[in-house]
Design a protein around this ligand. Structure first.
Ligand SMILES: Nc1ncnc2c1ncn2[C@@H]1O[C@H](COP(=O)(O)OP(=O)(O)OP(=O)(O)O)[C@@H](O)[C@H]1O
Length: 379
């Protein structure tokens, strides 16, 4: 098992800069997800780490060793892709055994017929069968070992691909959107299994996904990438509660955070839809307030904002209401507990407030800035 260190990685394809200096330290045994919208450079970064692509500048270390210039096959990493890349004519057991056959059997052992007669070949083959069986048991596919990939579900195929990575006992696992071919239910199931696998093995996992929910539920830390840059690296809680950048705030969380345009006057008073609020800016003027849907709640007096419901979505456990707020460019989303069911109808007027510490300020460049004082009716 190993730490992974990426230092100022740059990559250009022709004149286009795809990675613009990415530095990231991943701890031994950590589950780190790289997330970001399509085309932001996540897969390119993972491929550089794997040795499948070379960087234009910067360096990669795995464990104690600098691996720049080291071939992919010699980096001691296992990769799992979105396409499972299984051999259709081999059984599950044979598919899982592929890396072991290459590594543990001598060329002469692999010869048809006479290979089995080579001294020690029988013991080496028995060792492989045992390792495959252990991996299959870990992944709960031991009863499928004799099947061919065509006779498996998507989730089972993905487990076989994981099994093939597992038997290599690599320094780190690199996974590139491994669940995107699965249906929604299987994705939820497999993401729990992969997270458990990381804990059980104590191995370093680097996981690429564009699905923030996947990253939030599985990771120790998440690195958010956009346009070839890392915007923020932190635990799921930090990214959710304290995004450093408005783009991180928008990317993390579903439904999305409300980003309300505001004005700050010379005395630091923050005005929302032309009305003064109880919020005050710090030294830097605030241009947007970020408020998560669950950080808004109905109130009778001194509302932060008021609007009419344009959509009420009942999820059973929660209620999502979208409000049209006069002068606000986009509807405001509110998440209410299930006991609000039946109390709010489309067209109904709602007054909303938020609580101390649940508002985040962003400046005109989109960087998080401190609010000086938050004075609420309930404070
Ligand atoms: N071999 C290549 N030649 C030229 N451009 C490339 C090459 N590989 C990737 N790119 C470009 O680099 C950018 C980043 O690609 P990359 O696959 O890393 O993005 P990504 O964040 O993983 O996206 P996705 O989630 O869609 O897979 C894209 O604009 C892509 O078109």
């Amino acid at each position: 098992m190993a730490t992974v260190e990426l230092k100022d990685i740059r990559k250009s394809f022709g004149n286009t800069d795809i990675l613009r200096g990415v530095s990231l330290d991943i701890a031994d045994g950590e589950f780190l997800s790289l997330v970001g919208p399509s085309g932001c450079g996540k897969s390119t970064l993972l491929r550089i780490l794997a040795g499948l692509e070379s960087q234009s500048a910067g360096s990669v270390r795995i464990g104690e060793a600098a691996v720049d210039g080291v071939r992919a096959a010699d980096r001691d990493l296992a990769m799992v892709f979105q396409s499972y890349a299984l051999y259709p004519h081999l059984t599950v057991a044979q598919n899982i055994a592929v890396p072991l056959t290459m590594r543990r059997l001598r060329r002469t052992d692999r010869l048809p017929l006479c290979g089995r007669l080579m001294p020690g070949a029988r013991t080496r083959r028995a060792g492989i069968v045992e390792t495959v069986r252990e991996a299959a048991e870990t992944l709960e596919i031991a009863d499928l070992l004799d099947r061919k990939p065509g006779q498996l579900s998507g989730g089972q195929r993905q487990r076989v691909a994981l099994g093939r990575a597992l038997v290599r006992d690599p320094a780190a696992f690199l996974l590139d959107e491994p669940l995107s071919n699965l249906d929604a239910k299987m994705r939820v199931h497999m993401r729990a299994e992969i997270a458990q696998l990381n804990r059980r093995l104590g191995a370093t996992f680097v996981y690429v996904t564009h699905d923030q929910a996947e990253a939030m539920t599985m990771s120790d830390r998440i690195a958010v990438m956009m346009d070839g840059e890392l915007l923020q690296v932190g635990t799921p809680d930090v990214l959710y509660d304290a995004p450093a950048d408005i783009r991180v705030a928008r990317f993390i969380g579903s439904p999305a955070i409300n980003l309300l345009p505001v004005e700050t006057d010379g005395a630091g008073r923050i005005r929302l839809t032309g009305r003064e609020t109880a919020l005050r800016a710090g030294p830097v003027p605030v241009a947007y307030l970020g408020i998560r849907p669950e950080a808004l709640e109905p109130c009778d007096r001194d509302p932060l904002l008021s609007g009419r419901a344009r959509l009420v979505e009942n999820l059973g456990s929660d209620l999502f209401v979208q409000l049209d707020v006069p002068e606000m460019p986009e509807p405001v989303t509110v998440r209410l507990p299930s006991d609000a069911r039946g109390k709010i109808a489309v067209g109904g007027l709602m007054h909303l407030r938020t609580r101390q510490g649940r508002v985040r300020g962003f400046d005109s460049m989109g960087l998080a800035v401190p609010l000086r004082a938050e004075v609420f009716a309930d404070a």
